[in-house]
Design a protein around this ligand. Sequence first.
Ligand SMILES: Cc1cc2nc3c(=O)[nH]c(=O)nc-3n(C[C@H](O)[C@H](O)[C@H](O)COP(=O)(O)OP(=O)(O)OC[C@H]3O[C@@H](n4cnc5c(N)ncnc54)[C@H](O)[C@@H]3O)c2cc1C
Length: 261
Amino acid sequence: MSAARGRREPPRFRAVAVRHVERRSPRLVRVTLGGPELDGLTIDQPAASVRLLLPPLETDAPVVPTWNGNEFLLPDGHRPTIRTFTPRRSDPEALELDVEIVVHGGGAASTWADAAAPDAQAAISGPGRGYTVDAGAPAFFLGGDETAIPAISQLLEVLPAATPVQVRIEVAHPDARLELPDHPRADVEWCELASGATPGEALVTTIGDAALDPGTRVWVAGEAAAVQRVRRHLFEERGLPRAQASVRGYWKHGRSGDDDA
Ligand SMILES: Cc1cc2nc3c(=O)[nH]c(=O)nc-3n(C[C@H](O)[C@H](O)[C@H](O)COP(=O)(O)OP(=O)(O)OC[C@H]3O[C@@H](n4cnc5c(N)ncnc54)[C@H](O)[C@@H]3O)c2cc1C
């Protein structure tokens, strides 16, 4: 597409290296990235996003792409491998940033995270917009699939302790369950996706069954087609005011993140 269309250029890529890798569950890998170029990267909202630039296959270091006014491209004209993740923890003193990546069995980021080891190189750009918590809300509902576990964990850390929070998380495998941060009023349910079911099916069902008191703030993220069904349910069937909900597609079933680069 021509540069004349002019999308706003995302923040620059900052070179980082893997400092530490931790399995949070057999399905989720926490990768601590660090390096001097993280200086000045500020993340002040929960459930924000960063773009992770990965090295091309069979190479060690990412090639920093240039913005052509519409998309990032490598010098050879190919699209770089860029995926979006939640900055789960950032430590401006230590110049570190954690991302937690679902190991789902395919895809560049999943494969990279599964094999990640200290000193592996990558780059980070961001942050992208996060969630503004309405501290006066009477209740919260947090829903998502495994890709939303990092954001839901962050939200549980910052939501007011006195406010009730329903948490519903769809997992494709039972071993994707993990310990979430404590919230004194949280009611957590893990919903297992039946074998062969379409991603998001269990999440859509549990949201359909949820009792939402008036004024409840709803945050949902997961597979794009599933969250589209969630939007229709919330806004058209329940008549939930749009201002009370944040519903975001995090990935597309059957489509690689490369297609959206
Ligand atoms: C704002 C935002 C925040 C996000 N935060 C996180 C996060 O913290 N952790 C995280 O893991 N993901 C997160 N995601 C989702 C992540 O960007 C996608 O899952 C991404 O497609 C993974 O890249 P990949 O290279 O592993 O797979 P891709 O190359 O993009 O896809 C390859 C194949 O795998 C499928 N696929 C992709 N993701 C999944 C999945 N999770 N489960 C099953 N199949 C999948 C695709 O449909 C495709 O068929 C976030 C997305 C957004 C927009």
